[in-house]
Design a protein around this ligand. Structure first.
Ligand SMILES: Cc1cc2nc3c(=O)[nH]c(=O)nc-3n(C[C@H](O)[C@H](O)[C@H](O)COP(=O)(O)O)c2cc1C
Length: 161
C-alpha cells in the first residue's frame, strides 16, 4: 500500500496548468470549479477529459450526457480566480465577468483559452469521476501566458533553462 503523503508528494512534482470548469447551472445560476486534472484525449473526434472529486458540490451538473461545460484555461494573472473557484459555490461566479459559450456554459473574461464541451462519457476513477467532453468550440487569446501549479504553489513559466 503506497503511503498517501508520499503519493501526494510525488504528484506535486508534476507541474500543470490550472482550469476553471464551468456549467450553466440548474436555475440557481452558473457554477464553476477549479481543476488541474485536465487532459487532452482525442483529436478525431475532439475529446478532452477532466477529473472531478465525487464530493464536488456541483458535480451533478457535469454528469448528464450532453451537458454543456467549458474548460477555462487560466492566464498567469488569474491565481485569485483559481482560489475563488476552489471553494463552495456562490452561483454568481464571484462577480467575475463572463459570456455564454457555444454549449451554454460560461467563458470567463481574461482566460488564455476556452474549450466549450458537451459531456460525452463518464468513467469511474476511484474517489473521482473522469468526465470526457466532446469539444464543440474553442477560443484562444494569443500570447497569454498560462498559470502554472507546482508543489502546491502558483508559478509562471520561466524561460527554457
Ligand atoms: C490548483 C487547484 C487544482 C484543483 N484541481 C482539482 C481537480 O483537478 N479536480 C477536483 O475535483 N478538484 C480540484 N481542486 C479542488 C476543487 O476546486 C474544490 O474541491 C472544489 O471547488 C470544492 O467545491 P465544493 O466546496 O462545492 O465541493 C483543485 C483546487 C486547486 C486550488
Amino acid at each position: 500500500m503506497v503511503d498517501q503523503i508520499a503519493f501526494r508528494n510525488a504528484l506535486a512534482c508534476f507541474a500543470s496548468g490550472v482550469t476553471v470548469v464551468t456549467a450553466p447551472g440548474d436555475g440557481q445560476g452558473p457554477v464553476g470549479v477549479t481543476v488541474s486534472a485536465f487532459c487532452s484525449l482525442s483529436l478525431d473526434p475532439p475529446l478532452i477529459l477532466v477529473c472531478l472529486d465525487n464530493r464536488t458540490g456541483c458535480i451533478a451538473q457535469f454528469l448528464e450526457s450532453g451537458a454543456g461545460f467549458t474548460v477555462n484555461v487560466l492566464a498567469a494573472d488569474q491565481h485569485a480566480l483559481s482560489d475563488a473557484f476552489a471553494g463552495p459555490q456562490t452561483f454568481d461566479l464571484h462577480g467575475h465577468g463572463f459570456k455564454a459559450g457555444a454549449t451554454g456554459a460560461p467563458i470567463l473574461d481574461g482566460v488564455a483559452a476556452a474549450l466549450s464541451c458537451q459531456t460525452h462519457a463518464i468513467h469511474d476513477g476511484g474517489d473521482h469521476r473522469i468526465v470526457v467532453g466532446r469539444v464543440a468550440d474553442v477560443q484562444v487569446t494569443r500570447d497569454k501566458a498560462p498559470l502554472v501549479y507546482f508543489q502546491s504553489s502558483y508559478r509562471g513559466l520561466s524561460e527554457r533553462p
